[in-house]
Design a protein around this ligand. Sequence first.
Ligand SMILES: Nc1ncnc2c1ncn2[C@@H]1O[C@H](COP(=O)(O)OP(=O)(O)OP(=O)(O)O)[C@@H](O)[C@H]1O
Ligand SMILES: [Mg+2]
Length: 577
Amino acid sequence: MGSTRQFMRILGYLKGHELEFGIAMILVVLMSYTNGVIPVLIRNAIDKGISAKNYDVAIRYALLIILAGVLNGAFSFSARYLLTKASQHAIYMIRMDAFRAIQRHRMEFFDKTFSGQIISRITNDTERIMAFLSFRLRMLVYSSFLILISLYYMLRMSGRLTLVAVVTIIVVVMINMTYIKKVRPIYDSIRHQTGVLASLVTGAIAGIKTIKALAAENYSLSKFDKDNEKLYSLNVKATKITSIYGNSPFLVLGLSMSAMFYYGGKGIIAGTLTVGELTAFLTYMLTLMWPLRALGFIIGDMQRTLAAASRLFEVIDSAPESVDAPDAVDLENPRGEVEFRNVWFTYEATGRTVLKGVSFKVKPGEKVLITGPPGSGKSTILKLIARLYEPQKGEVLIDGIDVRKIKISSLRKIVAYVPQEPFIFNRSIKENIALAKPDASMEEIVKAAKIAKIHDFISSLPKGYNTVVGEKGITLSGGQRQRLALARAMLLNPKIVLLDDPVSNLDLETERKLVEDLKDILRDKTALIVSQRPSLARIVDRVIVLKDGRIVEEGKPEELLKRESIFRELVGGEYGG
Ligand SMILES: Nc1ncnc2c1ncn2[C@@H]1O[C@H](COP(=O)(O)OP(=O)(O)OP(=O)(O)O)[C@@H](O)[C@H]1O
Ligand SMILES: [Mg+2]
């Protein structure tokens, strides 16, 4: 069965802590025993001590009751400690596995999965498994054994009263299971709605500039208000159900204790039951109340824990074992030639074919501008060279070798890809540059920054390379971000450089300066630059014009500009200005 397998797999993460786990479970059983035996001790204290007017015996049992209580506390404490320790370690391992898997996942996975969902897998789902291992499982074993031990002693005292107890147990467990069935969908909605609110807040913060610029605060507010209100009414509904079902077990308990008084009283009068025995039964009912409620809760929750586990394991299992093909090679001393051979590419997430038989070749050291209207597939071409995606048909080759046959570690050293919107991490500038090589020396980092011509700016900051950028740190301008991303790309001294729209969002002066510097930066490198800006045409050897996933024009920039060409139309009169 699927759930048994999930269950065993969770337990498998306790590896290395089996002893702790085993001892904890034994302690839990002992806990049930020390708790379940107390009513029997009470019975003896009454029947053999108080009723028999035997003072010493009464004291002896009183002391035994205290001892049982103390032992119970000690067992409970140790079991809890051992179990929490073992399960914290298990959760640590599960989280590592999940995070490692996320790093291994291909881009398609992230295209298809909301980041909120992935975050929820790693935080909520592991939390749930944690609660199961450390708390629920303990309660399950404890409650089950306590009920069994109690029934055993009850049965030895009175069959009739035991029947009353069994009926009570069944009714209370059923009430609790109904309660959970009713309240669960509401709690699910509450959790969902909380997520909605959280994403509204995140969105509002991330988009605060746009919201303020458009004076859209009221729209944003009323949307939040509506969803906030929804969450409020859901919570009210849940509270209502909880109040009703939370108290009804006590009504059942009251009824069953009355029944016990009735039958027990009759038994005492008839001499078939002792006062101590009746007291023991009543004590049992009070003792069992909490474990019974917990049991209904745990049984109802088991399926959900296993569902959380299977969702989490799905993230882990669906990640490719390794990004490299078994016959992948290291590419030593690359020349830096790039070739597309009849490449067809479709994004899995949308099923749209965005490259339709693209073929071209870039010689080592050549600089090529890829241009074309928005959505024509320019960025996609770069992503295929960096092997963020793989074509469904055709081949992408570097030095004549299919990129799928090059070890990814080797490919990352040869190809530097600067995305359209480079991500700057909320860390120091140094760390941001050294992303691809965390152990890079300071000299290497400074050298990369100098190549990207951002060293002077960094040096002018009070904290220099240790300046934290991003949230709560300094905010970089568009041009500075581009140069930081360039420095990051230059660190590994790549042979092939892919720049996606490096001068978008820059003012004319910054653009002019960057283009001028790029000439230097890209010397003796193969470069593919995606851009709509004419300024870049000045520093490239060749232009490829893309339209709707096909190459529609190709040539030297000067030649294309001389004649009636699509490129000239795209660039208009701006070129050379
Ligand atoms: N991760 C993705 N998942 C699904 N579709 C995508 C993805 N990335 C891009 N697309 C789609 O593929 C097509 C080509 O996108 P691409 O980013 O290559 O265009 P582009 O030429 O770089 O455009 P722009 O000039 O606007 O940057 C577009 O229609 C786009 O919507
Ligand atoms: Mg693009």
